[in-house]
Design a protein around this ligand. Sequence first.
Ligand SMILES: NC(=O)C1=CN([C@@H]2O[C@H](COP(=O)(O)OP(=O)(O)OC[C@H]3O[C@@H](n4cnc5c(N)ncnc54)[C@H](O)[C@@H]3O)[C@@H](O)[C@H]2O)C=CC1
Ligand SMILES: C[C@H](O)[C@@H]1OC(=O)[C@H](O)[C@@H]1O
Length: 253
Amino acid sequence: MLLDGKTVLVTGASAGIGRAVAIGCAWHGANVALNFARDVAGAESAVAEIEKLGRKGVAIQGDVADPQTAKDFVAKAVDALGRVDVFVNNAGICPFHAFLDMPVETFERTMQVNLHGAYFMVQAAANQMVEQGDGGSIIAMSSISALVGGEYQTHYTPTKAGLHSLMQSVAIALGKHKIRCNSLFPGTILTDINKEDLADTKKREYMEGRIPLGRLGQPEDLVGPTVFLASDLAQYVTGASLLVDGGAYVNLQ
Ligand SMILES: NC(=O)C1=CN([C@@H]2O[C@H](COP(=O)(O)OP(=O)(O)OC[C@H]3O[C@@H](n4cnc5c(N)ncnc54)[C@H](O)[C@@H]3O)[C@@H](O)[C@H]2O)C=CC1
Ligand SMILES: C[C@H](O)[C@@H]1OC(=O)[C@H](O)[C@@H]1O
């Protein structure tokens, strides 16, 4: 199995992509620690799924916007599972809003959750990996939005470009420790983050029409790419990014 014996930490893992990735990593052999914000039932049921697969799972509550959460998450995960081999920075929000009247609180919260939180999480995970001394893999759930804009995402797209830039810089800072750092760029994946936005049938049809593979993504579409980057199959891959968007990005006409 590709992740046999590895310990994987995933933020924002009670639902959506994070949950699918956490369970998918367990399916590929890993023990998994999940960070979650509020959804106790979602986190507990994800742990139950992981345990059904014969792996260890632990759910640890915390708001990633608070820098202290990062240290607590890594420390509690190490207490429960012994080490950190793979860190997936997944937690994120995208409260769609127009640019000209963007509330300051919405802008700041989006930055704090998606980018500032990621910075401190990645730093805490990296310090643990450095202490262990045998490398690791850090994966950021960035976005196709790191490359293209969105009228109602002016606060969000810079966080996704920032996450990718963070992975590029930490790939350099951590290479000497054999820690690989990469980004995934999902396209439009059907989760709670865009449920309301895609309830607009016209918008949904437009988004679907842009995708050469003919469908919007599912959270499970991110499992294979994550497992690849987490595993030794990607031993010489660092500072890279991988679009997981059904071809949407390249489809100009
Ligand atoms: N669904 C999509 O189309 C795409 C999603 N992404 C990214 O994938 C990641 C996961 O999003 P989805 O699964 O789609 O949405 P989702 O809304 O289902 O999941 C987001 C998760 O992050 C958690 N979260 C939010 N704020 C948090 C906080 N302060 N502390 C801890 N956890 C927190 C939520 O509780 C939830 O479990 C996000 O970073 C998002 O930006 C990227 C590209 C496309
Ligand atoms: C929330 C959006 O639907 C989603 O998030 C992103 O990063 C992309 O812009 C997707 O469309």
